[in-house]
Design a binder for this molecule. Structure first.
Ligand SMILES: Nc1ccn([C@@H]2O[C@H](COP(=O)(O)OP(=O)(O)OP(=O)(O)O)[C@@H](O)[C@H]2O)c(=O)n1
Ligand SMILES: C[C@](O)(CO)[C@H](O)COP(=O)(O)O
Length: 249
């Protein structure tokens, strides 16, 4: 019997790096993704994790429209990297980069998009591979996260007081710190983000948009050293972790 060969298209995997922030909380003269760590820039440790990964089809980086730093980078002209214009908030930058993936790179709605902050240089290859490994048969999407190990207090709103007081202690057995990468199908993430933005819900991570869309992403436990460089004290800590991981001498 002559069976027509069905063309089974394997969904591709793309990296999407939000890198259009200004680093206000860090307070440096350059955005924190361009700060120097052991002779290289923070963003370089992030990019090399993805552009050399055999399972990724390409990488889109959301940059400030007037970013004057990118072109001096060692990977600025790498063929696996494509640029998108960032927006006012991280969620806008991600949304713009998703459009770039679709319109300029021919990414399909069924493709996976792995969103990882440019400010998280300490992502371990083992954690990245563990995240990719669970995508098979995953119906919603996944994110790296770490269970909360400290006691968590919720503060109460105090009027005219400089002193912040405890309102309650939050049960921590089900609390996790959300990290990146966060991985979702391109079409689903675009739909969810567009709906959130249409409702003026400026989600701080990609999973929040998926949750608002009524779905529940899978939490995958990663290492706590995958820190986001946010404040000055985070930079030497990131350097320590990169040395510990053997990625920095
Ligand atoms: N409009 C924005 C804001 C943030 N980001 C990126 O999203 C990641 C996480 O954001 P955050 O840590 O908040 O970075 P900044 O916005 O630069 O920090 P701040 O809020 O202190 O200004 C960073 O890689 C940042 O470059 C982005 O692409 N576009
Ligand atoms: C996406 C994120 O890194 C997950 O923890 C975090 O939400 C980013 O927050 P930021 O205020 O944009 O740094």
């Amino acid at each position: 019997m002559n069976h027509a060969h069905s063309s089974i298209i394997t969904p591709r995997l793309w990296a999407l790096i939000p890198a259009a922030g200004v680093g206000r909380r860090f307070g440096a003269t350059v955005p924190k993704q361009y700060l120097e760590l052991g002779g290289r820039r923070v963003i370089d440790y992030v990019l090399e994790m993805f552009i050399f990964h055999p399972k990724l089809s390409g990488c889109v980086v959301a940059l400030d429209r007037n970013d004057p730093y990118w072109n001096d980078g060692i990977y600025a002209a790498h063929p696996n990297i494509h640029r998108a214009i960032g927006g006012n908030e991280r969620c806008h930058s991600v949304n713009n980069a998703l459009a770039t993936l679709t319109n300029d790179l021919g990414a399909q709605d069924d493709d996976w998009v792995l969103v990882h902050d440019a400010a998280r240089p300490c992502l371990r290859r083992s954690d990245l591979d563990a995240l990719i490994a669970v995508l098979t048969n995953e119906p919603v999407g996944v994110l790296l996260a770490v269970p909360v190990h400290d006691t968590v207090k919720q503060s109460q709103l105090t009027e005219n007081e400089k002193i912040v007081r405890v309102a309650t202690t939050v049960a921590r057995s089900t609390l996790w710190r959300a990290y990146t990468p966060q991985v979702f199908r391109l079409g689903l993430l675009r739909q969810a983000l567009n709906q959130a933005l249409a409702n003026n819900q400026l989600v701080t991570d990609d999973a929040s948009a998926i949750e608002l869309f009524g779905l529940s992403p899978r939490l995958v436990e990663g290492h706590a050293d995958n820190i986001k460089i946010t404040r000055p004290e985070d930079l030497p800590l990131a350097q320590f972790f990169l040395i510990q991981q053997g990625r920095l001498c």
